[in-house]
Design a protein around this ligand. Structure first.
Ligand code: ZN
Length: 246
């Protein structure tokens, strides 16, 4: 399916499923945590398509254009570094809708997402810190700031481990929404990879054509409306109530 449909379904499924699921596993999400979780699930909604060079995830995760979108584009480019790194390997080894469209890869991404982004954060912060020090020394002859990289790494690792349950839950929601949506289309997925068994969830006459009229004029608008409604009900209203109490 198209990336907009996957983004919307990722947000919709995460917003609808994460709260009851988190309570069931003893992880009661606050509205603010759920807001972060919905953002994670939305991005995870396009992750399986790292196996094709045509997908949005291989060109930056936030498909925004035009004036004023530069910051979002830069953020999208940064967020897409880990998926792109995995995608280079995936595209050289797997076919489209193969391994990355499986429960096994959903579990791998759920476990790897927080550590991968923590490593990216460490590299960016430590690297840019050293760059600032170097420029200050070259331009102004300033004393070195003597940044302590181990303190930065330990701060990020602590935050990343604390966020692991939330990230695992929401990556799974977004990722599985993509697998379910693709399994509703004409082309099958290999849900049980490494088994070669191909999976559809709909009988042949009801299977959806990717980018066809049904997706563009019905499924996609409904998914967007559903995602907005779920975000307002699950995140917006509880946040407003919490700020009113404060
Ligand atoms: Zn896909």
């Amino acid at each position: 399916m198209k990336s907009v449909t996957h983004y919307a379904l990722g947000a919709l499924v995460t917003g609808a499923v994460a709260p009851p699921l988190s309570r069931a596993v003893g992880l009661d999400l606050t509205p603010a945590e759920l807001a972060v979780g919905v953002a994670i699930g939305t991005l995870a909604g396009v992750l399986p398509d790292i196996d094709t060079p045509r997908s949005v995830v291989t060109h930056g995760l936030l498909p925004l254009r035009g004036r004023g979108a530069s910051a979002a584009v830069l953020l999208g480019q940064l967020l897409s570094i880990p998926p792109r790194a995995v995608g280079v390997l995936a595209r050289s080894v797997f076919e489209h809708r193969g391994a990355t469209h499986s429960l096994a890869f959903a579990a791998i991404w759920a476990v790897l997402a927080a550590p991968l982004y923590a490593a990216l954060g460490c590299a960016l912060i430590v690297g840019s810190g050293y760059m600032v020090e170097l420029i200050a020394q070259l331009v102004a002859g300033a004393d070195p700031l003597r940044m302590d990289p181990t303190a930065v790494v330990s701060w990020i690792v602590t935050r990343a481990s604390g966020a692991m349950p939330l990230v695992i839950l929401c990556v799974l929601c977004g990722y599985l929404s993509h697998l379910l949506a693709d399994a509703m289309t004409i082309a099958p997925i290999r849900l049980w990879w490494p088994s070669r068994r191909r999976v559809w969830v709909l009988p042949r006459p009801l299977r959806i054509k990717t980018g066809g009229s049904f997706e563009r004029y019905l499924l996609q608008p409904l998914a967007v409306i559903g995602a907005v409604a779920v975000i307002v009900v699950q995140v917006g209203i509880p946040l407003c109530n919490a700020s009113a109490v404060l």
